[in-house]
Design a protein around this ligand. Structure first.
Ligand code: NAD
Length: 495
């Protein structure tokens, strides 16, 4: 039994969606089971929303968006409300960390120090943008009007009703990445969290109401992606969809969104390379490579799941990396000092285990072979495969678990070619003391973000997103606010 569950008031009554400021069950009363990954036991259930619930949430968001109160709300008021929400998240940080840890199997300490802490920063960062939106004035030479005098400018307007759809790996963070920039831009939002991890999003919606956001500004619907999610994407009164999740779902959403020409941001999967140059600081690089793949049990879109080590340092590097991986403290998310928790679900643990077998069949060398742990919950221990080749499935496909595929290179050009050798392009890291090499190589790596001597570090001001199959558009930073705004050109004839 997970001891954190008993402490949580929020879990003591049935969870309900938040639509137009009201707590709602699914219109047909259907519910989904929610399981604690640390124990494998059901700890609550969720409304399994459908098309009717999606419609109600979109109507609530639209009514709020069009209400005089929202339309006339001053930017500084929106800024204050978003900041107030950040304050409330901070006040409830321990509770939110408990909920996130129970729901997603995240080690409790990490959920508090990383996930919840960063969410507070994200809301504060985007609060600031609410008062800093600008258009431009433009010099124009209007054709066919040589003598005319004109004044031209652009203004930025909120796109309207935004739908955010998020995955299970960083539930509260992904909810914040969608909600905060939408509100800063003056949009209203319907969030559809992943069915495995909807709990903290529901709590966030309550806190948004407590902060003073009007009913309908922040709505959260729960249920299956193929039902309530698909209904939101198809809904004609939604202006934008901001999706984070797998490539296949992203492609389906992108196609469906085009039927009604919705704006779309797609943050999808990755297979990110970690390149270790011969001059790298080995202490940093070994720990960096271990954290790059094993943080969040490898269930990170930017996980450094492909390792390319310079041949001259391979033996020492792989030995030290393996020692670090073996030393990681594995345990239930609620146990003290745990770094490495369970996989999100039984089916995901099976998928990851299957990829270990695929690597075996493809002929990799196991520096460390992970396995299902003989305990309750969905635990798969770390795997390091060396001697991998570019054409292997374990190198090309996103496993989304603690499985590292390693190989070597001899020249900078070769390292770049290997790094760019998948269809993904989300992230990558280069470990070197040579500033020239770091800069020149980063320019050539096909990815939305390249880290030099670090990996998996995010900042609210740093745009985040992918190229290639990793997606379209950017979350975070000014780009995320812009993605929730429409640009309007105004041309005024003066004479
Ligand atoms: P998923 O695509 O299965 O689900 C993501 C969300 O989409 C869920 O809320 C799901 O219910 C919903 N969904 C599913 N089918 C839908 C449909 N037809 N219409 C509308 N919504 C639908 O992904 P997942 O398994 O939850 O998450 C793992 C994936 O997310 C990995 O590929 C990972 O790399 C990616 N990810 C990317 C980023 C990023 O920022 N690039 C961040 C985190 C995770």
């Amino acid at each position: 039994m997970n001891p954190l569950i008993q402490k949580q008031n929020f879990l003591s009554s049935p969870l309900r969606m938040v639509i137009g400021g009201q707590h709602k069950d699914a219109s047909d009363g259907a519910r989904l089971s929610v399981v604690d990954p640390s124990t494998g036991a059901e700890f609550t259930t969720l409304p399994a929303g459908g098309a009717e619930d999606a419609d109600a949430a979109v109507k609530a968001a639209r009514n709020c968006f069009e209400s005089p109160a929202w339309q006339k709300m001053k930017p500084v008021t929106r800024q204050r409300l978003i900041n107030k929400l950040a304050d409330l998240i901070e006040e409830h940080a321990e509770e939110l960390a408990d909920l996130e840890s129970i729901d997603g199997g995240k080690p409790r300490g990490i959920a508090r120090a990383s996930d919840v802490a960063s969410v507070i920063d994200v809301f504060r960062y985007f609060a600031g943008w609410a008062t800093k939106l600008t258009g431009e004035t433009l010099d124009v030479s209007v054709p066919r009007m040589p003598d005319g005098e004109f004044f031209a400018y652009t203004s930025k307007q909120p796109v309207g009703v935004v739908v955010g759809i998020t995955p299970w790996n960083f539930p509260i963070s992904m909810a914040a990445w969608k909600i905060a920039p939408a509100l800063a831009a003056g949009c209203t939002i319907v969030l559809k969290p992943a069915e495995d991890t909807s709990v903290t999003a529901l709590r966030l919606a309550e806190l948004a109401l407590e902060a003073g956001f009007p009913e309908g500004a922040v709505n959260v619907v729960t249920g299956r992606g193929s039902e309530v999610g698909a209904a939101l994407v198809a809904h004609p009164d939604v202006d934008k969809v901001s999706f984070t999740g797998s490539v296949a779902t992203g492609q389906a959403i992108g196609r469906a969104a085009m039927d009604t020409m919705k704006r779309v941001t797609l943050e999808l999967g990755g297979k990110s390379p970690v390149i270790v140059m011969p001059d790298a600081d080995l202490d940093w690089a070994v720990t960096g490579a271990a954290m790059a793949i094993f943080f969040n049990q490898g269930q990170t879109c930017t996980a450094g799941s492909r390792l390319y080590v310079h041949k001259s340092i391979e033996a020492e590097f792989m030995a030290r990396l393996t020692e670090q991986a073996k030393a990681l403290k594995i345990g239930a998310a609620y146990e003290d000092g745990v770094f490495f928790g369970p996989m999100i679900s039984e089916s995901h643990a099976q998928k990851v285990s299957k990829y270990i077998e695929v690597g075996d069949a493809e002929g990799v060398t196991f520096t460390l072979r992970g396995q299902r742990l003989d305990r309750e919950g969905f635990f798969v221990s770390p795997t390091i495969m060396s001697g991998t080749h570019q054409d292997m499935q374990v190198v090309q496909e996103e496993i989304f678990g603690p499985v590292l595929a390693a190989s070597t290179f001899e020249t900078e050009e070769e390292a770049i070619k290997l790094a760019n050798g998948t269809q993904f392009g989300l992230a990558g890291s280069i470990w070197t003391k040579d500033i020239r090499a770091g800069h020149q190589m980063s320019a050539k790596i096909q990815a939305g973000i390249v880290w030099i001597n670090c990996h998996n570090l995010f900042d609210p001001n740093l745009p985040f997103g992918g190229v290639g199959l990793s997606g379209v558009g950017r979350d975070l930073g000014k780009s995320a606010v812009e993605a929730n705004l429409e640009q309007k050109s105004v041309l005024l004839r003066l004479e």
